[in-house]
Design a protein around this ligand. Structure first.
Ligand SMILES: Cc1ncc(COP(=O)(O)O)c(C=O)c1O
Length: 352
């Protein structure tokens, strides 16, 4: 048995893999891979996936859900184009590689970006707190979980300005108040489903208000919402598996139950990191991510020994991101606590 600590694409529930595999052979007499996206059986899948997102996150009235393509990376451009108003100014918090990517792409489409808070000075090892949110901007953007460096906002920025969040790596891991946001977006490939779909949760009142002189049809959230995510051929398989995974999430107690499980998993691993002198946690304790837990060895010369131990225990996906080094245990919703215990046991054995 493998214990998949990969950062994404990542583990999904085994039952979801089985159901998805069955539908590859027979969805409605046809394979899910060959069925028309306009067939009523797939339209029902899209409708259910959208409904389940709303149910799982208690999405209030006045918000729409859409499944697009291009990943969160195209999302960086989409949110900038759609939130651009008279000012063409936006405030961004820079907490790492993905936040920096969002800043870069917003600038490319003509947004004057004010990076009013950043943790770049300490290699993104903390979440900035002492900042003043600018008032002369069209919207505020932040990244709720820093997948690469292992930090996570424990409290979201408070502002009356439109708030946009890249929640790619912690959406569906804990309860959130959707009404605090104007756009939430996330690549599917962590807690939602396979790579291919990008989720958008959008406040309807922001649609159609862009001042961008450039707005390709596909990137216009108003058109995407109006066409119910069927403006062009959607990522059929990714949406189907996301729907299965959301059904599974809700059947297992929903986001609230998941949050309790994720807290228990994170506590188990952080306790070991703190108690075991062979390991060093790499980020500020109060900002630690519950999804991506980063650490290094106290003695780097023992890396080969540690690597042999965790690989021997069936663990995969533990090396840190190539830009950060060290180790990263990504513990998304579907990773069972038993897998975390296997890692903790390996760490204990290594520490002895
Ligand atoms: C927080 C965050 N934002 C954006 C991205 C980029 O996502 P995508 O590969 O879907 O474009 C990632 C990928 O891991 C991520 O973790």
């Amino acid at each position: 048995m493998k214990h998949n600590f990969g950062a994404g694409p990542c583990i999904l529930p085994q039952e979801v893999f089985q159901q998805a595999a069955a539908a590859v052979l027979d969805f409605n007499g046809l394979s899910i891979l060959e069925v028309s996206h306009r067939h009523k059986d797939f339209v029902a899948v899209m409708d259910e996936a959208i409904d389940l997102v709303k149910k799982a996150l208690n999405v209030p009235e006045g918000y729409s859900v859409a499944f697009l393509q291009g990943g969160a990376t195209l999302g960086f451009t989409i949110v900038a184009l759609n939130m651009m108003r008279e000012n063409k100014k936006a405030g961004y918090i820079n907490t790492g590689t993905w936040a920096s990517g969002a800043i870069k792409e917003a600038k490319k489409v003509g947004v004057d970006v004010n990076v009013f808070a950043s943790s770049e000075d300490k290699k993104f090892s903390y979440i900035p707190k002492d900042y003043k949110i600018p008032t002369d901007v069209d919207y505020i953007h932040f990244t709720s979980n820093n997948t690469i460096y292992g930090t996570q906002f424990q409290e979201f920025p408070k502002t009356d300005l439109p708030l946009v969040c890249d929640m790619s790596s912690d959406i569906f891991s804990k309860e959130i108040n959707v009404a605090d946001f104007d756009i939430i977006y996330a690549g599917a490939q962590k807690n939602l489903g396979p790579a291919g779909a990008t989720l958008f949760i959008v406040k309807d009142s922001i649609l159609g208000k862009s001042t961008s002189p450039f707005m390709p049809t596909y990137l216009d959230l108003k058109q995407q919402v109006e066409k119910e995510s069927m403006l062009n051929t959607p990522p059929v398989f990714s949406v189907y598996v996301a729907m299965l995974n959301l059904r599974n999430l809700i059947a297992n107690g929903g986001v609230k139950a998941m949050e309790a499980r994720n807290n228990a998993k994170a506590e188990l691993l952080y306790n070991e990191i703190d108690a075991n002198p062979a390991f060093i946690g790499t980020v500020a304790k109060e900002d630690r991510s519950k999804m991506n837990i980063t650490f290094t060895l106290a003695d780097e010369s023992r890396a080969a020994e540690f690597d042999a131990l965790w690989k021997g225990a069936g663990i995969v996906g533990l090396p840190g991101h190539r830009s950060n080094g060290g180790y990263r245990a990504s513990m998304y919703n579907a990773l069972p606590i038993e897998s975390v215990q296997v890692l903790v046991d390996v760490m204990k054995a290594f520490g002895k």
